[in-house]
Design a binder for this molecule. Structure first.
Ligand SMILES: Cc1ncc(COP(=O)(O)O)c(C=O)c1O
Length: 395
């Protein structure tokens, strides 16, 4: 496997890392749409199964296109090893569940994407794994939740959808002192703006469905960590249980990485322009954008992130009816529960991604009935601002 020099800058790694050229010398990475591999001899086949020959065995285990995607992500993230998965949720579930057994304990920030919350709150306890949910912004709560059997801390930052920023180095320190590992869902930050492993996390997970594809085509996920964590906990679990990514999806995501930096920067610039244009709008009671000086954790954003976000959150006055009017009036931005796309997407979290929560839990997380999550795309910022301001007139 080719290895790019580690001292190239991220933009260069996004384009070149991990490329495996076939004998035809293709410019663009090849799509190896194959389930299996053939062997020159029974001896070679035996050696491969014994792990003495490094070639491929079966695409549930690995595949050259999938290996290129994983290697590019490894070198971007500064990880030692990675395993990709069919979806972001397959990656999150595997990263949390695979290393645990009945009797273990997990602490997670309450502000999680709905399906992640289901895994932590509903699924793990059914298998005898205890969970405690905390206010992720409150370091004392992380500390107090630690028990002798705590194995994993789990959080996302910035949070979905209220864009709070959690102190990754401080939470990692609490976890490590208590003998636990920290798993970070870095979807909202993207690898462009935040590197959780460098901040002290042990494992980072992505829904590659979001910015990594960024053009609304394929689902995918990836777990990145140390060689030891992937080898000990993830590799065999995924090989035997099979939440593998398809080579086609891995190829789309691999090609998506080439433009990730350019897209995330442009979408973040658009989000910042929108945030500035709407911050003092009379129909808006609250606006959150990591990157603005009025963000509640602005100092932390500066310390642990290299940039803001492609997302803006805002609360319209008038609750659900007003928020729905805004969504329905938007012409350019499309109503969707997705994010990170080249097309601007707008979500009403209280009735979609977070509708499963009890109203009081939603209120505690700041997800009011008037709250809107806006994922800025690659359109011209002025067109997006005009679209939003026209829709807000009707709110
Ligand atoms: C923060 C976060 N984590 C995980 C996921 C799950 O990803 P996927 O839809 O690829 O399974 C999503 C989005 O759906 C998300 O927003």
């Amino acid at each position: 496997m080719s290895k790019s020099p580690a001292n190239y800058r991220p933009e260069t790694r996004l384009v070149h890392s991990g490329t495996l050229r076939s004998q035809f010398g293709e410019t663009s990475e090849a799509l190896f749409l194959t389930q299996g591999y053939v062997y020159n001899s029974a001896e070679e086949c035996e050696a491969r199964f014994k792990g003495e020959d490094p070639g491929f065995i079966y695409s549930r285990y690995s595949n050259p296109t999938i290996a290129m995607f994983e290697r590019r992500m490894i070198e971007l993230e500064g990880a030692e090893a990675a395993r990709s998965a069919a979806t972001g949720m397959a990656a999150v579930t595997t990263a949390i569940l695979a290393p645990l057994k009945a009797g273990d304990h997990v602490v997670a920030s309450r502000a999680l994407f709905g399906s992640c919350l289901y895994v932590v709150q509903d699924l793990l306890p059914r298998y005898g794994i205890e969970t405690t949910l905390v206010d992720g912004l409150d370091l004392d709560q992380w500390q107090r939740a630690l028990k002798p059997n705590t194995k994993t801390f789990f959080l996302e930052s910035p949070t979905n959808p209220t864009l709070d920023v959690l102190d990754i180095p401080a939470i990692a320190e609490i976890a490590h002192k208590g003998g636990a590992r920290l798993v970070v869902d870095n979807v909202f930050a993207t690898p462009i703006w935040q590197s959780p492993l460098a901040l002290g996390a042990d494992v980072v997970v992505y829904s590659a469905t979001k910015h990594i594809d960024g053009q609304g085509r394929c689902l995918g996920g990836i777990i990145l960590s140390s060689e030891a964590f992937i080898a000990e906990h993830i590799h065999n679990f995924m090989r035997q249980t099979g939440p593998s990514i398809s080579p086609f999806n891995a190829w789309v995501l691999l090609k998506g990485l080439e433009t990730l930096g350019v897209r995330v920067r442009a979408q973040t610039d658009n989000a910042a322009r929108i945030a500035d244009a709407l911050a003092s709008h009379p129909k808006i009671s609250r606006l959150v954008f990591p990157g603005r000086a009025d963000h509640p954790q602005a100092a932390l954003v500066k310390k642990q992130m290299r940039g803001g976000s492609t997302l803006v959150g805002f609360e319209v006055k008038g609750g659900k009816a007003a928020a729905f009017r805004v969504l329905n009036e938007l012409k350019l931005a499309k109503i969707s529960n997705n994010l990170g796309d080249a097309k601007s997407l707008v979500t009403h979290p209280a009735t979609t991604t977070h509708q499963r929560l009890k109203p009081e839990d939603r209120a505690a997380l700041g997800i009011s009935e008037g709250f809107i999550r806006f994922s800025a795309g690659l359109e011209h910022a002025d067109d997006l601002i005009e679209d939003l301001t026209a829709a807000l007139e009707k709110a």
